[in-house]
Design a protein around this ligand. Structure first.
Ligand SMILES: NC(=O)c1ccc[n+]([C@@H]2O[C@H](COP(=O)([O-])OP(=O)(O)OC[C@H]3O[C@@H](n4cnc5c(N)ncnc54)[C@H](O)[C@@H]3O)[C@@H](O)[C@H]2O)c1
Ligand SMILES: [Zn+2]
Length: 349
């Protein structure tokens, strides 16, 4: 199958390209090599892939694209912090670029499938919680008064017991809280009315794996934790470090997207996540083990208003596509974060 991968030089896109080539598929990769992401062309680019190094905003498809059969659209400028600094650039790149792709794709006669890569950020803080005592279900809000005295869990509005987070499903309403999430939601909306071929939207929780940039200013929390631990710098954790996060292994992202590309599935939207919450403290412990640096986090307490207590996805649909459970962080970490050499980066304990 001749496939276009946008964002092909990025962390996840490069793994999709590898998997497609390993199947023998012909691939055209589009990537702007955005200077905020890449200092130079990454070493893992392949000689057997036709790359177009261009920004989708300025891209004009040539004859090579006339017989494209599938698209995996990953190109997007990421990072919540960057999006708050460069609002126009992020919206123009993510939405303007996507609109151009939609326009071009609607003219390709052989196009059979399009997978659009979106994000859990479109759910914002729309997590539900259930009281462990009385069963009351409520939203994720926490009062500043509770946070100020170290009551970090979401508390039941009826009986004040601690509530458990409910895994977020694809049916949850979109409510992005900031510009990056909003641009990803607009990404999805760009495909409204596009009926030229089936479209699957995949919403990713936070992804880890080989090629994750640990030293990036826009690094996700898991990349930052790994980067700090690698360098022997104790991570500083807000609250009590028991916040749950759902990290998904890049290999599972690839397997799910390939399953969607090659099968007709009745699920227009699919969450890609592990479905298993890991606390920040447990993540640090596991990262220390696999990286081989004894570096324990500092629990600095305190809180940032607006931070989400827990994030957890429901991977039920993804599980049916994979035919197995997603990989747990405990196992995936081993493959994702290589051990540093014989103690040279190890801090004295
Ligand atoms: N990494 C995660 O944890 C995560 C989580 C949720 C969703 N996602 C989504 O997955 C996709 C890939 O993420 P990633 O982590 O691989 O990011 P990445 O930054 O490593 O890769 C994105 C690539 O897209 C390119 N790009 C950006 N804007 C472009 C444009 N307008 N035209 C052409 N190329 C452009 C960049 O140069 C970069 O190589 C993105 O859409 C992102 O929103 C990622
Ligand atoms: Zn209760």
């Amino acid at each position: 199958m001749k496939t276009v991968v946008t964002g092909a030089a990025g962390f996840i896109g490069s793994h999709i390209v590898d998997a497609l080539r390993n199947r023998g598929d012909e691939v055209i990769g589009i990537d702007s090599l955005d200077p905020g992401v890449h200092h130079s062309a990454p070493a893992y680019l392949r000689s057997d892939v036709d790359y177009c190094f261009i920004d989708l905003r300025n891209w004009v498809p040539d004859a090579r694209f006339g017989d494209i059969e599938a698209i995996v659209h990953l190109a997007a400028l990421g990072g919540v912090a960057r999006a708050s600094r460069e609002r126009a650039n992020i919206v123009e790149a993510n939405v303007g670029g996507t609109a151009r792709l939609v326009e071009a794709a609607s003219r390709w006669p052989k196009l059979r499938k399009l997978v659009l890569v979106s994000s859990f950020s479109i759910y914002g803080s729309n997590y539900g919680y259930r009281c462990s005592i009385c069963g009351n279900e409520q939203d994720a809000s926490r009062s500043v008064e509770d946070l100020a005295v170290g009551r970090y869990e979401v508390l039941c509005r009826l009986c004040r017991a601690e509530c458990c987070v409910l895994p977020i499903t694809e049916a949850t309403a979109s409510n992005p809280l900031e510009t990056y999430g909003a641009s990803k939601y607009m990404h999805e909306l760009c495909f409204r009315g596009f009926s030229h071929c089936p479209v699957n939207i995949v919403r990713l929780s936070s992804v880890y794996g080989d090629r994750l940039r640990l030293d990036d200013g826009e690094a996700t929390i898991i990349a930052k934790l790994a980067g700090w631990i690698r360098s022997g710098v104790p991570p500083q954790l807000f609250e009590d470090g028991r916040q749950l996060r759902d990290w998904v292994y890049v290999g599972d992202v690839v397997d799910t997207i390939l399953a969607l590309l090659h099968n007709n599935v009745p699920h227009p939207v699919v969450n890609i996540c592990s479905g298993v919450g890991t606390t920040l403290i447990d993540a640090c412990t596991r990262l220390s083990e696999v990286i081989g640096v004894d570096c324990r986090p500092n629990l600095v307490g305190g809180f940032r208003p607006g931070d989400m207590r827990h994030c957890l996805g429901d991977p039920s649909v993804m599980r049916t596509l994979l035919g197995r459970d997603p990989i747990r962080f405990h196992h995936g970490a081993e493959h994702a974060f290589p051990q540093v050499d014989s103690g040279c980066l190890t801090r004295p304990v």
